[in-house]
Design a protein around this ligand. Structure first.
Ligand SMILES: NC(=O)c1ccc[n+]([C@@H]2O[C@H](COP(=O)([O-])OP(=O)(O)OC[C@H]3O[C@@H](n4cnc5c(N)ncnc54)[C@H](O)[C@@H]3O)[C@@H](O)[C@H]2O)c1
Length: 255
C-alpha cells in the first residue's frame, strides 16, 4: 500500500459500500477507503479476487466485508446492503462503481441484450441509492458517488448501450441531487478517462491504444485506478460538503 496523498480524519469509522470492489478501480477505492479508517463493505461476482483483496487488507486493519452478489439480482443487492447496515449501522458512503464495458455491434443487439446492459451498468445504481437513502436521511448526511465514463463524451464506438448507461448515470445524479439535498445527502458523478486496470491492460490496451492515449491526454503518463479512488475520497469526505449534482472528470485532460 502506498502512502495516502491526503488524509481525511472525518472518514475514520464511516461505513462505506462499494459495488464491484474486487478488481480494477473498485479495488483501489476499497483499499483507499480502508486506509482512511472506513469500515468498507463491497459486493462483486469475482469472489476469488475479493477474498485475496480482503486477506491483503486484513494485514493493515480490520478486514473489509465482502458479500458475493450479482448486481443484476436486485434482491441480493438489497439484502447485502441490509446486512451491512445491520452489522455496522447506516451506510455513510455509497460508491456505485460496478459496470461492464462489453463490446457490441448495433445490428447484434436484441431486446434481451439491451436489457442486460441496463441491468449491469445502470439499474443497480438507482436501487443501491434507494436502499441506502433512508439511513442517510436519518443521519442527515451521506455521500453517493456514481461512476460514469468519458466514452459517451468522446463518441467512442462499439458499445453504444454502455455509453448510453454512462450518460444516464450523470442524469441520475443530477435529478437525485435535487430530491435528496434537502435531507443533507449529496450525490456526484465521477467520470474516468482510460484507466489502466487489469482488465483494460489484458483486453484493450495495445500499441494503438497507447498512441491514442498519448495523442488525447494533456498529461503524459498512465491514468491509474488510484487516481480515481483519490477523487472518491474527496467526494466521500466533508472536504466536498457543499458539492452535489456535479461531475468530476479524471481523465488527464482527454475531454
Ligand atoms: N477502466 C476504465 O478505463 C474506465 C473508463 C471509464 C469509466 N470506467 C468506469 O469505472 C468503473 C469501474 O471500472 P473498471 O474498469 O474498474 O471495471 P472492471 O471491469 O475492471 O471491474 C468491475 C468490477 O465489477 C465487477 N462486476 C461486474 N459485473 C458485476 C455484476 N453483475 N455483479 C457484481 N459485480 C460485478 C467485476 O467482477 C469487477 O470486479 C465502471 O463504472 C466503469 O464504467 C472505467
Amino acid at each position: 500500500m502506498s502512502t495516502p496523498v491526503a488524509i481525511y480524519p472525518g472518514l475514520a469509522g464511516k461505513v462505506a459500500f462499494v459495488s464491484g470492489g474486487a478488481t480494477g478501480i473498485g479495488a483501489a477505492i476499497v483499499e483507499k477507503l480502508h486506509a482512511q479508517g472506513c469500515r468498507v463493505a463491497f459486493v462483486d461476482i469475482d469472489a476469488r479476487s475479493a477474498e485475496q483483496l480482503c486477506a491483503r487488507l486484513a494485514a493493515q486493519g480490520p478486514a473489509p466485508l465482502f458479500i458475493a452478489c450479482d448486481l443484476c439480482d436486485l434482491e441480493a443487492l438489497q439484502a447485502a446492503i441490509a446486512t451491512v447496515a445491520a452489522r455496522w449501522g447506516a451506510i455513510d458512503v455509497l460508491v456505485n462503481n460496478a459496470a461492464h464495458d462489453e463490446r457490441h455491434a448495433i445490428e447484434a443487439v436484441t431486446p434481451a441484450y439491451f436489457q442486460s446492459r441496463i441491468d449491469v451498468n445502470l439499474r443497480h445504481y438507482f436501487f443501491a441509492a434507494q436502499a441506502v437513502l433512508p439511513g442517510m436521511q436519518q443521519k442527515r448526511a451521506g455521500s453517493i458517488i456514481n461512476f460514469s465514463s468519458i466514452s459517451y463524451k468522446i463518441k467512442a464506438g462499439n458499445y453504444p448501450l454502455y455509453a448510453m448507461c454512462k450518460a444516464a448515470a450523470h442524469g441520475l445524479t443530477r435529478s437525485m441531487a435535487r430530491d435528496i439535498g434537502q435531507h443533507g445527502v449529496r450525490v456526484n458523478t465521477v467520470t474516468p478517462g482510460w484507466v489502466m486496470t487489469e482488465r483494460q491492460l489484458a483486453l484493450h490496451v495495445d500499441a494503438a491504444g497507447e498512441a491514442e492515449i498519448a495523442r488525447n491526454q494533456c498529461l503524459p503518463g498512465q491514468l491509474l485506478p488510484g487516481d480515481l479512488a483519490d477523487m472518491v475520497l474527496f467526494l466521500a469526505s466533508d472536504a466536498s460538503r457543499m458539492c452535489t449534482a456535479q461531475e468530476f472528470v479524471v481523465d488527464a485532460g482527454w475531454t
